[in-house]
Design a protein around this ligand. Structure first.
Ligand SMILES: NC(=O)c1ccc[n+]([C@@H]2O[C@H](COP(=O)([O-])OP(=O)(O)OC[C@H]3O[C@@H](n4cnc5c(N)ncnc54)[C@H](O)[C@@H]3O)[C@@H](O)[C@H]2O)c1
Length: 314
């Protein structure tokens, strides 16, 4: 094991984490440990390893004793900290639990610092930009406007990583993920909810008139750019937007899913959410594009790939 690159992925049983793990374990030189408390993730999402180089440990990163024993069993070179309480509705309904994730960030950082980790890679979020003050949102120049607990925690996470680098020399890469979808996303995300309803010919419900736009990044593009940044100088001690910059109105997303699934679903409108439903988001992805060595999937192409296997979202 010692000649391999040891990598920890927290939240590796989730949507983005499991896709990351799938790519990492394809390299026989990597040994990957997944920790996850299975809150929104599941064992079934964790891929099979061809090279016997993957271990899953059920563990809550916010509980110091649990995650400490993982770090002391393995000697990690790289740590991807992707575990977090996610989902607009879930995080709004559990504002105190969201804040508990600060414990997880501190645990992972302290253990990384004390065990010689080379770099920690953190999944922050477009939510740190809050209700945006400008478009496109640029990593260095756009002011952050985090107000809700989930966004504040991500912002604090970023601050912790930067402080640990400054004071202890622990290198980092921060990704600000914009809406990232794939075949293994949780059932309560907009794309899985719409696909679910469309395949069952049930009503698709939209908050407000559906003119709010989102950018949707297919998970393979996320992983391709993230891996290029995480293991290279170019991503060292840098914050990078990871997403797609093509905006789609939520109403148009619903219509496209109805078309692609040949569904009889009707679109129903609910009152607009009071908070947490930003009107627009659009990342500046100049840096991400320079890292990618593949084309960016259009929404239609990505949705077609998701529809090839809907077993996790329906
Ligand atoms: N997918 C997106 O659009 C998006 C956008 C912005 C940021 N992010 C961030 O990317 C990361 C991955 O998101 P995702 O879309 O894969 O969501 P996900 O819910 O599929 O994955 C999160 C995983 O973390 C696990 N987890 C949660 N709390 C934990 C804890 N305390 N200890 C151990 N495991 C825990 C969950 O069980 C789940 O498997 C998260 O940090 C999320 O905040 C995702």
């Amino acid at each position: 094991m010692s000649d391999k690159t040891n990598i920890l992925v927290t939240g590796g049983a989730g949507n983005v984490g499991s896709a990351l793990v799938e790519t990492l374990i394809n390299d026989a030189n990597n040994f990957v440990v997944v920790v996850d408390n299975l809150q929104t993730g599941s064992r079934e999402k964790i891929p099979q390893a061809k090279h016997n180089n993957l271990k899953f440990i059920q563990c809550d990163v916010n509980i110091e004793d649990e995650i400490t024993s993982v770090f002391h069993t393995f000697s990690f070179d790289y740590v991807f900290h992707y575990a977090a309480l996610v989902g607009v509705k879930r995080t709004l309904e559990n504002p105190v639990s969201v804040l508990d994730d600060i414990d997880g960030i501190k645990n992972v950082l302290n253990l990384s610092k004390n065990t010689g980790v080379k770099r920690i890679i953190y999944s922050s979020s477009s939510e740190v930009y809050g209700e945006p003050v400008e478009y496109p949102q640029h990593e260095e120049t756009t002011p952050l406007n985090s107000r809700l607990p989930y966004a504040i925690v991500k912002n604090i996470g970023e601050a912790f990583l930067k402080s640990y680098q400054q004071e202890f020399g622990l290198d980092y890469t921060i990704f600000r993920f914009f809406n990232t979808y794939g075949p293994k996303q949780a059932k309560d995300f907009v794309i899985s909810k719409f696909i679910n309803a469309a395949l069952k010919n049930e009503d698709i419900t939209i908050y407000g008139d559906g003119s709010q736009t989102r950018t949707f990044c297919y998970v393979e593009n996320n992983i391709n750019a993230s891996i290029a940044a995480a293991f290279n100088e170019v991503g060292k001690n840098r914050t990078i937007n990871i997403g797609n910059n093509v905006e789609t109105a939520v109403l148009d997303l619903a219509k496209l899913i109805i078309k692609l699934t040949d569904s009889k679903s009707e679109i129903k409108h609910l009152p607009a959410l009071k908070e947490g439903d930003m009107t627009r988001r659009q990342p500046d992805i100049t840096v991400m594009k320079s890292l990618l060595n593949q084309e960016i999937y259009s929404l239609e192409e990505g949705l077609k790939k998701v529809l090839e296997d809907t077993s996790f979202i329906v």
